[in-house]
Design a protein around this ligand. Structure first.
Ligand code: PNS
Length: 164
């Protein structure tokens, strides 16, 4: 049986920290779905769900075991609908723990059969987050190397619109 995992996130946009996590996941799972979560009623994202999916697809164009998709609604329902019983989340610093712990427990309450597995991000990406990357880009800072090639030009273009 294929070992399938869902790697959910806002991915607004995907960073090299996310890429690192996907690559680590592929060592454990046969197939990983990077699933872009969006809220159709309230989304302050820089990129549309389709743009985010397109950047993930482009980044992993050569890796057939990575699928990109988008979903709204409950993550656990999405995972079960895709036939996945595992959710992967990345952990960076201790600060991530509280938020991740709450989400995991709520997801377990909703669907006890869905397990959440945590992986540690590579140390080069400990400080990388989509939020910080957007903030730095909007203030004219250098974000090269922090995001995949498929993301960088789109991020810089979008940052011009969000310049304070
Ligand atoms: O990359 P992020 O923003 O930290 O990812 C958060 C995400 C998308 C995993 C979380 O917000 C989520 O699961 N959203 C889907 C809606 C849902 O299931 N909410 C209840 C979670 S306990």
């Amino acid at each position: 049986m294929k070992r399938l995992a869902v790697y959910p996130g806002s991915f607004d946009p995907m960073t090299n920290g996310h890429v690192d996590l996907v690559r680590r996941s592929l060592q454990v799972f046969d197939q990983v779905i990077a699933a872009v979560a969006y809220n159709p009623h309230k989304d302050s994202a820089w990129f549309t769900p389709d743009e985010r999916v397109a950047m993930i697809r482009e980044t992993f164009a050569a890796e057939k075991r990575v699928l990109a998709d988008k979903f709204s609604g409950l993550l656990v329902d999405y995972a079960v609908g895709r036939g996945a019983s595992v959710i992967i989340r990345g952990l960076r610093a201790v600060a991530d723990f509280e938020y991740e712990f709450q989400m995991t427990m709520m997801n377990r309450h909703l669907r006890p059969q869905v397990e959440t597995i945590f992986m540690m991000t590579g140390e080069t990406h400990f400080y990388t987050s989509s939020r910080l990357v957007k903030e730095v880009a909007s203030l004219g800072g250098n974000v090269a190397g922090l995001v995949p090639d498929a993301v960088l030009p789109r991020l810089l273009e979008r940052a011009r619109r969000h310049r304070p």
